[in-house]
Design a protein around this ligand. Sequence first.
Ligand code: ADP
Length: 591
Amino acid sequence: MKMVKQKPKKIDIKRLMSLCKPDALLLFFATIALVISSLANMAAPLFFGRVIDVALNPNHTMAQVNEQVLILFLIFVAGAIGATFRAWLFTLVGIRVVCRIRRQLFSAIMQQEIAFFDTTRTGDLTNRLSSDTGVVQNAVTVNISMLLRYLFQIFGSLIIMFKLSPSLTGVLFAAVPVVAIGATQYGKFVMGIQKKFQDELAAAGTTAEECISSVRTVRSFTGESKACATYGKDINKSYVQGRKLAASSGAFQGLVGIVAQGAVTLVLWYGAKLLFQGNITVGTLTSFMLYTMNVAMAFAFLSSLYGDFMKAVGASISIFNLMDRVPEVTNEGGEKIQPFPCQVDFKNVSFTYPSRPDTKVLKDITFSMKPGSVVALVGPSGGGKSTIVNLIERFYVPDTGNIMLGGVNMAGLDPQWFRKNISMVSQEPVLFACSIKDNITYGTDATDEEIEDAARQSNAHEFITTFEEGYDTLVGERGVRLSGGQKQRVAIARALIMNPSILLLDEATSALDAESEHLVKEAIDRAMEGRTVLVIAHRLSTVRNASEVIVINKGEVAERGTHEELINKGGVYKKLVLRQLSAGTLTTKAD
Ligand code: ADP
């Protein structure tokens, strides 16, 4: 199977906006609040000027001044209420949108084929989930709210300003093209740097995650300073991009400030001239100046918003690319056969890992697992035994040849369905950072009796009940709070509770002490009873009892037969067994 390169998507602002669709009603109310607060903002300078003109006119009484001040105050109150609802509702929509994106993105990640995870670093994915989505959250909500608010403010103010004094408004317009062109150029520039900044940050996050999750290895190899140096180097790369971001943002803000304040000064100078000529009142000029400041401020904020918006567009490209990625191996859908067949046939199967396309790992493998039989895979390490197990789970798809379940090609069967009937106990079982009970029931719902029964069968019940919290004991990240043997027995219980028809086992007892080994062995033997089993065998007793032993060497079937037949043959297998008797394992390199 070749990795098909998936096309990168272009900027999709419409799609970015469509993420808010389910919150349309909330956005509607948020927009009403925004309109109220903006209208109040716009009306305020007009009434501010009026207070001045009424106060300066000797024909007006103090009562009339009071009336104007009260109107102005009520306008401020309406504005404050509008602003409260605007900020609350837009932020709420933001949080809802980002939760939605994170859910969709996580579900897209979970659907990807295993080969995708062979080539993608975990930290990259978790970063997409946390940091990129956060950037988008701001863009689609707070930024949009501000964008609308400032646009409203600019257009509304300009209309009123035009009414107050067309010639003064004309003077102000001189500054608009400079700001507009500057903002567009800045936006494009920032978008590029932001994408690089996020990517560098993701790389640093990945390094940190790897070191933290493998802290025991780091500690035992005294690798702390090396880890710090690697992380420091990664962070430095993001710092270089961040520095550019900071400098460009500063320069742009400064430029906008100068242009905006220059425009204010220009308007003030021209207004004073009109005042001298008696063409304008003091109140009108004051109102006009307040509007000019409003517009200038709105422009300044808009320009910084534009930058933020472009940052979000950069982040959204990465998010959408991942969200839209079509898994190359489907994870659901397909035929189901009832009752579940326990016959598995490998027919001339060859396989290459997509992440290592030059090395053929399996070559023309043919064998059968009959219902109720125990097939043992043995052979030198790296020969391809685990790969065979991976193919039965359909984590990967063969390059050529077929794997049949009950005579039907597995390619056409529903993977979720057959995975529910095939359980796997791997050499280094991974537990999740939850309770023992939740780990046992990971793949299914089960009653307390069923959980206890599975734990008894897997020799786990005894040690679980010695814990103060029993089945509710938390096992820690990847099960660190349990010993190797305990972890394995919980993993066996997790497999057994599914009541699988087919059991895939990777025996690993060599790393355990004698007592644990005995308990794990007993649990495994019990689990195998009455099931069709494929076992990567490490122990002599397992191969002795197997219906068929298949020796896999360098991706090929080197020998096959029962234990006795292969011993009598005197080939690779006999050498392995003789070595096992002296070294204690069947998988050390044979020659
Ligand atoms: P065994 O179980 O017999 O020890 P494996 O099936 O684990 O052997 O490995 C067979 C070969 O495939 C080895 O050369 C190994 O390096 C390679 N391999 C295993 N897993 C992967 C993977 N995810 N990506 C690329 N190569 C792999």
